[in-house]
Write a protein that binds this ligand. Structure first.
Ligand SMILES: [Zn+2]
Length: 315
């Protein structure tokens, strides 16, 4: 398993999901085949560590039948690999971390329990902590890298505010048609997101407007204002193609830091009651529904909203 872990680390260094495997001949305890996940480099969905190790061992031993051999793998095999293990007649599968999403040794399915003509013995959870940590760190690193591309930059000059107004116009028109009418969108953009409205908000209510930038390009905007000892997040809008990538998490982190620095006890926002995906996303970031209200925004239009609040310092 130590050797399999080293192979998994090598995979991680190449940007592959870190999984390593070795095939060991029991008669002399010798490693006869090695493999690591190479799915990205090989552009091959079949390039899993176990299949690489099995192919490697078959070449080394000069035959497809690997009876008398065990396979050690850092992650519970998927159905494809377990199929390969059964077909290679491998005696035992020893794996490290459990795979609750794709494991075929009991986590999701248990292929070793089916009456195939060969049934390998299975032992899971060997050096589990180290095997699982490798995967966990790999995915955490990937997430952070992605989020670090996102910067929140305050809009200060008139020129910058005009760019935000243009962004708002674009985003609102592509975002809301399924929830509110075109006329209402036009009305709201004018009322809340025009250059003039923003200038008023900054002057009268101490609003701050920010660009959301990804590698230097404007991909959205956000705004907030103090509301007593709480911070009210009035807007977080991203362009269509940038949604669903968890970037709003980065923006919430930014506001959380602002709350900590400026002593706000919580931050809150409103979400349209029919906007299920957004409500779910905020819940996942630690917000809870704290109330609801129908706000009359004039000209016969109303906003039917939930209030959602996140207490600072609680996850
Ligand atoms: Zn696999």
């Amino acid at each position: 398993m130590e050797r399999a872990l080293l192979l998994a680390e090598a995979a991680a260094a190449e940007g592959e999901v870190p999984v390593g495997a070795v095939v060991v001949r029991r008669s002399d305890d010798r490693i006869v085949g090695e493999g690591r996940n190479r799915r990205e480099a090989a552009r091959d969905p079949l390039a899993h560590a176990e299949l690489e190790a099995i192919r490697n061992a078959s070449r080394f031993l000069g035959g497809w039948r690997l009876s008398g051999c065990d396979i050690y793998v850092t992650l519970e095999p998927c159905p494809m690999c377990m199929g390969g293990i059964i077909n290679a007649r491998i005696d035992r599968v020893i794996f490290g971390a459990y795979d609750k999403k794709a494991g075929s040794c009991g986590s999701v399915a248990d292929l070793s329990a089916y009456p195939y003509n060969h049934r390998p013995d299975v032992k899971g959870g060997v050096m589990e902590e180290r095997c699982a940590a490798l995967l966990k760190n790999f995915f955490a690193g990937k997430r952070n890298k992605k989020l670090n591309e996102i910067k929140i930059v305050k809009a200060e000059t008139d020129d910058q505010l005009m760019r935000i107004a243009a962004l708002a116009d674009e985003i609102w028109h592509e975002y809301f048609p399924c929830i509110i009418s075109e006329d209402q969108i036009n009305y709201m953009v004018e009322k809340f997101c025009s250059f003039k409205a923003m200038k008023d908000n900054i002057k009268n209510e101490n609003y701050s407007y920010y660009f959301v930038k990804k590698n230097g390009a404007d991909i959205g905007y956000t705004a907030a204002k103090p509301d007593g000892d709480r911070l009210f997040l009035s807007k977080i809008y991203l362009k269509k193609e940038e949604r669903g990538k968890k970037y709003s998490r980065r923006i919430i982190e930014f506001y959380e830091e602002r709350c900590l620095n400026e002593g706000f006890v919580s931050m809150w926002l409103t979400v349209n009651k029919h906007n299920d995906s957004t409500i779910a996303a905020y819940k996942a970031m630690g917000f809870e529904i704290s109330g609801e209200g129908v706000a009359d925004i004039g000209s016969g239009y109303v906003m039917d909203d939930y209030y959602m609040e996140k207490i600072i310092g609680r996850n």
